[in-house]
Ligand binder design. Structure first.
Ligand code: PLP
Length: 280
């Protein structure tokens, strides 16, 4: 494996970042995870748009100009002979003696790595998964794709310990915001497709955006509005979206079965359409 660190392509085992990197000290860094299908990057502009927004929100400068990113990402893909997998980008405010305030004249740092990945097992997709609800303990800006993911890590770990696939985060107002690393959709009893609006309280997933577009093209009634856990439990269908699992049916939330306990027709249709969208 080969990874990129601040201008150099290195054997993955030697690809290290400085101990004073602010990503390490303060999680003062942002990231992106992009799908690679048959050696080609998917949704590149959407991911770079979101990276630009995250960097801007935190006043971190581009570690290299935006137009150089495709070159670096494609180098990492070809040097790893990657066909189907994921590319990881992390940009931090750079390495500087530990001090909360921003350093002056310190270049931001950039790491790019890649690994093979072929999505969740077919059996899981066909059966659907169970999720568990957890309090949303995150800061008030989860719309910024920053690396400070401790609440997400703890939520996913409790899901795993409960034998569930994902944690659904419930905010202080009782609304279902998103999963620990996924966005959440439900099909309400009246057939409308609902998902939390892309405000400051969730990450606007690239998969979420693309699935919404596909749903609108299908002529489905789509509502970007918050819903409660009680509403979700009455849903006909539910699914989660994200770069690594694409569209994953959810058939059980805590101890409640969703719909008839099988992946629903709208979920299955949107999954197929999304898979087509990714094919080169
Ligand atoms: N929500 C959170 C908190 C995430 O971390 C992620 C992805 O990692 C998503 C949603 C899904 O985003 P995307 O579809 O861009 O992968």
């Amino acid at each position: 494996r080969v990874s990129y660190v601040n201008g150099r392509y290195l054997p993955h085992v030697q690809a290290a970042i400085h101990v004073d990197d602010r990503g390490h000290h303060f999680a003062d860094s942002v990231y992106e995870v992009l799908p690679v299908v048959k050696g080609r990057l998917c949704h590149l502009d959407q991911h770079l748009d979101r990276l630009e927004r995250s960097l801007g929100a935190l006043a971190i400068s581009w570690p290299v100009p935006r137009r150089v990113f495709p070159l670096i990402l494609n180098q990492v893909i070809s040097r790893n002979r990657l066909t189907d997998g994921l590319v990881y980008i992390q940009a931090s405010r750079g390495a500087a003696p530990r001090n909360h305030a921003f350093p002056l004249d310190t270049p931001s740092s950039l790491v790019v790595s890649a690994w093979p990945h072929s999505g969740p097992a077919t059996a899981l997709i066909e059966q659907g998964v169970r999720v568990v609800s957890q309090p949303d303990l995150r800061w008030k800006r989860p719309d910024i794709k920053a690396t400070g993911l401790l609440p997400n890590v703890l939520a996913r770990q409790s899901a795993r310990e409960a034998g569930a696939f994902e944690a659904w985060l419930i905010n202080d107002r009782g609304f279902v915001t998103e999963g620990s690393a996924t966005n959440i959709f439900i099909v309400a009893p009246d057939g409308a497709l609902l998902t939390h609006p892309a405000d400051n309280s969730i990450l606007a997933g690239v998969t979420r955006t693309n699935v919404l577009k596909l749903a609108r093209n299908l002529g489905l009634e789509v509502g970007e509005r918050p819903f409660t856990l009680a509403e979700a439990l009455r849903a006909r269908e539910a699914f989660i979206t994200g770069t690594t699992m694409m569209v994953m049916p959810v058939v059980k939330v805590d101890e409640s079965v969703i719909g008839d306990g099988l992946p629903g027709p709208i979920t299955r249709r949107l999954r197929e359409l999304y898979l087509d969208l990714r094919r080169p």
